[in-house]
Design a binder for this molecule. Structure first.
Ligand code: S3P
Length: 171
């Protein structure tokens, strides 16, 4: 059976899922969704406030419902939150309902891209951002790889070449 024509982007914070996803969707004339933005629209609160009021567990529950809903759409590009792959049901939906691309980056690049970030509560703990990212990369790397149909390196590649690489795999 052919997979539905959806494109799902997974990977850590700062790998370029949203930027790549938006531009890719324009090029392919597909609808674009970012699961975090949909959660914020539905909740009427931004991600840091959701974490503050409901904790990570509350956020993950909302995230799972949105991933289930969005992955049932047709002909979309979806940028997922970096932790979406932690949940086995989310992973199944992604794998079964579209082609999954892991946008992979190295620690140095991730650090540069997220160092001034204020919207990612997981990076605001009592621990240096570098060691948080290192841990997340170690914990999640295998899950990203197991969920992905294709792995695309984003650290030393332009947005344009990342998009071209994705399109090439779809042909
Ligand atoms: C998270 C990543 C964020 C957002 C939330 C949790 C994570 O999304 O879902 O802050 O667990 O890695 P981005 O990957 O789009 O930054």
């Amino acid at each position: 059976m052919h997979k539905p024509k959806n494109i799902f982007l997974i990977g850590l914070m700062g790998t370029g899922k949203t930027t790549v996803g938006r531009q890719l969707s324009r090029k392919l004339k597909m609808d674009f969704y970012d699961s975090d933005r949909v959660i914020e629209e539905r909740t009427g609160a931004d991600i840091p406030l959701i974490f503050e009021k409901e904790g990570e567990t509350g956020f993950r529950t909302r995230e799972a419902a949105i991933i289930d809903e969005l992955t049932q759409k047709k002909n979309i590009v979806l940028a997922t939150g970096g932790g979406a792959i932690l949940n086995a049901e989310n992973r199944n939906h992604l794998v079964n309902r579209g082609t999954v691309f892991y946008l992979k980056s190295n620690l140095k690049t991730l650090l540069e891209r997220t160092s001034k970030d204020k919207n990612r509560p997981l990076l605001h703990a009592n621990e240096p951002v570098e060691s948080i990212l290192k841990r997340l990369l170690e914990q999640r790397g295998p899950l990203y790889e197991e969920t992905a149909d294709y792995i695309i390196e984003t650290a030393n590649n332009s947005i344009h070449s990342v998009i071209q690489a994705i399109i090439k795999h779809l042909e």
